[in-house]
Write a new protein. Sequence first.
Length: 160
Amino acid sequence: MRVKEGISAEGSAVAFFCAAAKGSFEPLAGWKHQLTLREEFCYGELVEYVIPEPLTEDEVIARIDSATRDEDVIDVALSAIYYCETQFAGDILLKAYQKISGNNRLFLGNITETFVRVHETAYRIDDFVEEMRKDGPDPIAMEENIESIIEFARLFSTVH
């Protein structure tokens, strides 16, 4: 089961979605705001999650440049998404694709969907789609993520 974090109007990572194996996301029953617990039950399963650390742009750059593990790259990308401006966060997310191993590209695809939704943007969408289509562990699930971000990007490109 995958977990996808959401964001409240106040700008903190406070809600999450759970998904079945193939990448289709359903909102967690009773959307939660101001969630501070570090574990929660989702569809009867205990799910642990970490709220992204608030980092400045300089801290994000330093950490992504020095990251050697996929987990560190993912943590930095999430921090950028939740605490930095849209263009900077998008650029960092693209850099994360260049640093991460193939096994975690699907998870990064989920994070890309989070980026598009949280920032309500179509920023560099073609670059994300290109990266997402590169080799990964589950091409079918990734294609579902690609379809989702393209749909959201279409929506948001008419808003801005």
